[in-house]
Design a protein around this ligand. Structure first.
Ligand code: ADP
Ligand code: MG
Length: 240
Protein backbone atom coordinates (compact mmCIF):
# COMPACT_ATOMS: atom_id res chain seq x y z
CA UNK A 1 0.00 0.00 0.00
CA UNK A 2 1.10 3.57 -0.71
CA UNK A 3 0.57 6.23 1.95
CA UNK A 4 1.16 9.87 1.12
CA UNK A 5 1.10 12.14 4.18
CA UNK A 6 1.02 15.93 3.90
CA UNK A 7 3.61 16.06 1.12
CA UNK A 8 5.04 19.43 0.13
CA UNK A 9 7.43 19.80 -2.77
CA UNK A 10 9.14 22.88 -4.16
CA UNK A 11 11.35 23.64 -7.12
CA UNK A 12 13.39 26.53 -5.77
CA UNK A 13 10.90 29.12 -4.53
CA UNK A 14 8.02 27.57 -6.42
CA UNK A 15 5.90 25.29 -4.25
CA UNK A 16 4.22 22.84 -6.63
CA UNK A 17 2.82 20.27 -4.16
CA UNK A 18 1.18 21.99 -1.23
CA UNK A 19 0.15 19.37 1.28
CA UNK A 20 -1.12 16.25 -0.48
CA UNK A 21 -2.33 13.23 1.47
CA UNK A 22 -3.83 10.06 0.07
CA UNK A 23 -3.52 6.31 0.24
CA UNK A 24 -3.55 3.70 -2.49
CA UNK A 25 -4.47 0.26 -1.24
CA UNK A 26 -3.31 -3.01 -2.75
CA UNK A 27 -5.29 -3.73 -5.91
CA UNK A 28 -6.69 -0.23 -6.14
CA UNK A 29 -6.67 1.89 -9.28
CA UNK A 30 -6.43 5.60 -8.54
CA UNK A 31 -6.57 8.13 -11.34
CA UNK A 32 -5.18 11.64 -11.03
CA UNK A 33 -6.78 14.21 -13.27
CA UNK A 34 -6.21 17.96 -13.46
CA UNK A 35 -4.90 20.77 -15.57
CA UNK A 36 -1.38 21.23 -16.85
CA UNK A 37 1.07 22.34 -14.16
CA UNK A 38 -1.09 21.21 -11.23
CA UNK A 39 1.66 18.90 -9.92
CA UNK A 40 0.47 15.50 -11.17
CA UNK A 41 3.76 14.36 -12.71
CA UNK A 42 5.76 15.74 -9.80
CA UNK A 43 3.76 13.67 -7.34
CA UNK A 44 4.43 10.50 -9.35
CA UNK A 45 8.14 11.33 -9.35
CA UNK A 46 8.05 11.73 -5.58
CA UNK A 47 6.38 8.34 -5.13
CA UNK A 48 9.45 6.41 -6.19
CA UNK A 49 12.00 8.87 -4.87
CA UNK A 50 12.94 10.43 -8.20
CA UNK A 51 12.27 13.81 -6.57
CA UNK A 52 13.00 14.84 -2.98
CA UNK A 53 10.21 16.39 -0.91
CA UNK A 54 10.31 19.36 1.45
CA UNK A 55 7.83 18.18 4.06
CA UNK A 56 5.68 15.17 4.83
CA UNK A 57 6.37 11.55 4.06
CA UNK A 58 5.52 8.77 1.63
CA UNK A 59 5.41 5.10 2.57
CA UNK A 60 5.38 2.21 0.12
CA UNK A 61 4.72 -1.15 1.77
CA UNK A 62 6.05 0.22 5.04
CA UNK A 63 9.22 1.64 3.47
CA UNK A 64 9.66 5.39 3.88
CA UNK A 65 10.64 6.63 0.41
CA UNK A 66 12.52 9.75 1.48
CA UNK A 67 14.34 8.25 4.43
CA UNK A 68 18.06 8.51 3.59
CA UNK A 69 18.59 4.91 4.66
CA UNK A 70 16.07 3.61 2.12
CA UNK A 71 17.51 1.61 -0.76
CA UNK A 72 15.89 3.46 -3.65
CA UNK A 73 16.98 0.98 -6.29
CA UNK A 74 15.24 -1.78 -4.42
CA UNK A 75 12.14 0.37 -3.90
CA UNK A 76 11.99 1.26 -7.59
CA UNK A 77 11.95 -2.41 -8.55
CA UNK A 78 8.55 -2.58 -6.87
CA UNK A 79 7.23 0.37 -8.86
CA UNK A 80 6.99 0.33 -12.64
CA UNK A 81 6.53 3.61 -14.47
CA UNK A 82 5.26 4.28 -17.96
CA UNK A 83 5.68 7.80 -19.31
CA UNK A 84 4.26 9.52 -22.39
CA UNK A 85 7.13 8.12 -24.35
CA UNK A 86 9.92 5.68 -23.75
CA UNK A 87 12.93 5.77 -25.99
CA UNK A 88 13.87 2.16 -26.44
CA UNK A 89 17.38 1.24 -27.53
CA UNK A 90 17.02 1.38 -31.33
CA UNK A 91 19.75 -1.15 -32.07
CA UNK A 92 18.22 -3.81 -29.81
CA UNK A 93 15.16 -5.87 -30.72
CA UNK A 94 11.92 -5.48 -28.81
CA UNK A 95 12.72 -8.69 -26.92
CA UNK A 96 16.25 -7.54 -26.07
CA UNK A 97 14.95 -4.18 -24.87
CA UNK A 98 12.51 -5.84 -22.48
CA UNK A 99 15.14 -8.33 -21.25
CA UNK A 100 17.65 -5.64 -20.34
CA UNK A 101 16.49 -4.54 -16.89
CA UNK A 102 15.63 -8.03 -15.61
CA UNK A 103 19.14 -9.09 -16.66
CA UNK A 104 21.03 -6.06 -15.31
CA UNK A 105 18.96 -5.05 -12.30
CA UNK A 106 17.42 -8.32 -11.12
CA UNK A 107 20.38 -10.41 -12.21
CA UNK A 108 18.25 -13.00 -14.00
CA UNK A 109 20.01 -15.44 -16.30
CA UNK A 110 19.63 -14.88 -20.03
CA UNK A 111 17.12 -17.72 -20.27
CA UNK A 112 15.10 -16.47 -17.30
CA UNK A 113 15.07 -12.89 -18.57
CA UNK A 114 14.05 -14.05 -22.02
CA UNK A 115 11.22 -16.19 -20.64
CA UNK A 116 9.95 -13.25 -18.58
CA UNK A 117 10.22 -10.81 -21.50
CA UNK A 118 8.42 -13.17 -23.89
CA UNK A 119 5.67 -13.72 -21.33
CA UNK A 120 5.09 -10.00 -20.80
CA UNK A 121 5.32 -9.12 -24.50
CA UNK A 122 2.71 -11.78 -25.24
CA UNK A 123 0.60 -10.40 -22.39
CA UNK A 124 0.49 -6.96 -24.04
CA UNK A 125 -0.19 -8.46 -27.46
CA UNK A 126 3.30 -8.13 -28.94
CA UNK A 127 4.13 -11.82 -29.15
CA UNK A 128 4.71 -11.47 -32.88
CA UNK A 129 7.12 -8.51 -32.56
CA UNK A 130 9.89 -10.10 -30.48
CA UNK A 131 12.60 -9.87 -33.16
CA UNK A 132 11.50 -6.52 -34.55
CA UNK A 133 13.43 -3.30 -33.90
CA UNK A 134 11.52 -0.64 -31.93
CA UNK A 135 11.66 1.84 -34.79
CA UNK A 136 9.36 -0.44 -36.77
CA UNK A 137 6.61 -0.36 -34.14
CA UNK A 138 3.65 2.00 -34.18
CA UNK A 139 3.33 4.46 -31.29
CA UNK A 140 0.72 2.28 -29.64
CA UNK A 141 2.92 -0.80 -29.96
CA UNK A 142 5.86 1.17 -28.51
CA UNK A 143 3.79 2.11 -25.47
CA UNK A 144 2.71 -1.51 -25.03
CA UNK A 145 6.40 -2.47 -25.21
CA UNK A 146 7.08 0.11 -22.47
CA UNK A 147 4.37 -1.51 -20.35
CA UNK A 148 5.86 -4.98 -20.98
CA UNK A 149 9.27 -3.65 -20.01
CA UNK A 150 7.93 -2.36 -16.69
CA UNK A 151 6.01 -5.60 -16.05
CA UNK A 152 9.12 -7.70 -16.72
CA UNK A 153 10.48 -6.41 -13.39
CA UNK A 154 7.51 -8.00 -11.58
CA UNK A 155 6.44 -4.71 -9.97
CA UNK A 156 3.85 -4.49 -7.20
CA UNK A 157 2.74 -1.06 -8.42
CA UNK A 158 2.41 0.57 -11.80
CA UNK A 159 2.43 4.32 -12.35
CA UNK A 160 1.28 5.77 -15.66
CA UNK A 161 1.96 9.40 -16.55
CA UNK A 162 -0.21 10.34 -19.53
CA UNK A 163 0.74 7.10 -21.24
CA UNK A 164 -1.50 7.84 -24.22
CA UNK A 165 -1.02 11.61 -24.59
CA UNK A 166 1.62 11.42 -27.30
CA UNK A 167 -0.35 8.97 -29.45
CA UNK A 168 -2.42 9.53 -32.56
CA UNK A 169 -6.08 9.20 -31.56
CA UNK A 170 -6.56 5.90 -33.36
CA UNK A 171 -3.74 4.30 -31.32
CA UNK A 172 -4.98 5.37 -27.89
CA UNK A 173 -7.51 2.55 -27.54
CA UNK A 174 -5.05 -0.34 -27.76
CA UNK A 175 -2.91 1.14 -24.97
CA UNK A 176 -5.93 1.87 -22.77
CA UNK A 177 -7.11 -1.70 -23.37
CA UNK A 178 -3.76 -2.98 -22.11
CA UNK A 179 -3.99 -0.76 -19.04
CA UNK A 180 -7.54 -1.94 -18.44
CA UNK A 181 -6.38 -5.55 -18.62
CA UNK A 182 -3.77 -4.85 -15.94
CA UNK A 183 -6.37 -3.22 -13.74
CA UNK A 184 -8.64 -6.23 -14.17
CA UNK A 185 -5.69 -8.51 -13.29
CA UNK A 186 -5.59 -6.72 -9.93
CA UNK A 187 -2.50 -4.57 -10.44
CA UNK A 188 -2.26 -1.62 -8.07
CA UNK A 189 -2.12 1.44 -10.31
CA UNK A 190 -1.81 5.20 -10.07
CA UNK A 191 -2.50 6.85 -13.38
CA UNK A 192 -2.35 10.41 -14.53
CA UNK A 193 -4.66 10.70 -17.50
CA UNK A 194 -6.75 13.04 -19.58
CA UNK A 195 -8.89 10.13 -20.75
CA UNK A 196 -11.78 10.92 -18.48
CA UNK A 197 -14.09 8.19 -19.72
CA UNK A 198 -11.34 5.62 -19.20
CA UNK A 199 -10.62 6.96 -15.70
CA UNK A 200 -14.29 6.70 -14.90
CA UNK A 201 -14.42 3.09 -16.12
CA UNK A 202 -11.33 1.61 -14.49
CA UNK A 203 -10.69 3.63 -11.34
CA UNK A 204 -11.69 2.85 -7.80
CA UNK A 205 -11.01 6.47 -6.93
CA UNK A 206 -10.31 9.66 -8.83
CA UNK A 207 -8.34 12.64 -7.49
CA UNK A 208 -8.72 16.05 -9.10
CA UNK A 209 -5.50 18.05 -8.71
CA UNK A 210 -5.53 21.81 -8.76
CA UNK A 211 -2.68 24.17 -7.85
CA UNK A 212 -0.71 21.48 -6.05
CA UNK A 213 -3.51 20.16 -3.85
CA UNK A 214 -6.16 17.48 -4.15
CA UNK A 215 -9.15 19.69 -4.80
CA UNK A 216 -11.61 16.81 -4.85
CA UNK A 217 -11.27 13.04 -4.40
CA UNK A 218 -13.79 10.23 -4.39
CA UNK A 219 -15.29 7.48 -6.47
CA UNK A 220 -15.46 8.07 -10.24
CA UNK A 221 -19.20 8.52 -9.87
CA UNK A 222 -18.66 11.22 -7.26
CA UNK A 223 -15.80 13.17 -8.82
CA UNK A 224 -16.57 12.71 -12.53
CA UNK A 225 -20.27 11.96 -12.40
CA UNK A 226 -21.31 14.43 -9.72
CA UNK A 227 -18.47 16.84 -8.95
CA UNK A 228 -19.06 18.87 -5.79
CA UNK A 229 -16.68 21.72 -6.59
CA UNK A 230 -17.26 24.14 -9.47
CA UNK A 231 -13.58 23.97 -10.48
CA UNK A 232 -13.84 20.20 -10.93
CA UNK A 233 -16.91 20.57 -13.11
CA UNK A 234 -15.19 23.30 -15.12
CA UNK A 235 -12.10 21.14 -15.67
CA UNK A 236 -14.19 18.17 -16.76
CA UNK A 237 -16.02 20.33 -19.27
CA UNK A 238 -12.71 21.51 -20.71
CA UNK A 239 -11.35 18.01 -21.39
CA UNK A 240 -14.37 16.08 -22.59
P1 ADP B 1 1.49 18.41 -14.36
O1 ADP B 1 2.08 17.06 -14.51
O2 ADP B 1 0.26 18.42 -13.51
O3 ADP B 1 1.27 19.10 -15.66
P2 ADP B 1 4.04 19.05 -13.17
O4 ADP B 1 4.10 18.20 -11.96
O5 ADP B 1 4.81 18.60 -14.34
O6 ADP B 1 2.51 19.32 -13.54
O7 ADP B 1 4.53 20.51 -12.81
C1 ADP B 1 4.05 21.25 -11.71
C2 ADP B 1 4.80 22.55 -11.63
O8 ADP B 1 6.16 22.31 -11.32
C3 ADP B 1 4.80 23.34 -12.94
O9 ADP B 1 4.71 24.71 -12.61
C4 ADP B 1 6.15 23.00 -13.54
O10 ADP B 1 6.59 24.07 -14.37
C5 ADP B 1 7.01 22.88 -12.31
N1 ADP B 1 8.12 21.93 -12.52
C6 ADP B 1 8.02 20.63 -12.84
N2 ADP B 1 9.24 20.05 -12.91
C7 ADP B 1 10.14 21.02 -12.62
C8 ADP B 1 11.57 21.05 -12.53
N3 ADP B 1 12.31 19.95 -12.71
N4 ADP B 1 12.14 22.22 -12.20
C9 ADP B 1 11.40 23.33 -11.97
N5 ADP B 1 10.05 23.38 -12.05
C10 ADP B 1 9.43 22.24 -12.37
MG1 MG C 1 2.52 15.98 -16.24
Amino acid sequence: MIEINDVHKSFGDLEVIKGVSMTVKKGEVVSIIGGSGSGKSTLLMCLNGLEPIRQGNIWVDGIEVHNPTTNLNKLRQKIGIVFQQWNAFPHLTVLENVMLAPRKVLGLSKAEAEAMAVKQLKHVGLGDKLKVFPGRLSGGQQQRMAIARALAMSPDYMLFDEATSALDPQLVGEVLDTMRMLAEDGMTMVLVTHEIRFARDVSDRVAFFRNGVIHEIGTPDEVIGHPQKPETAEFLKSVV
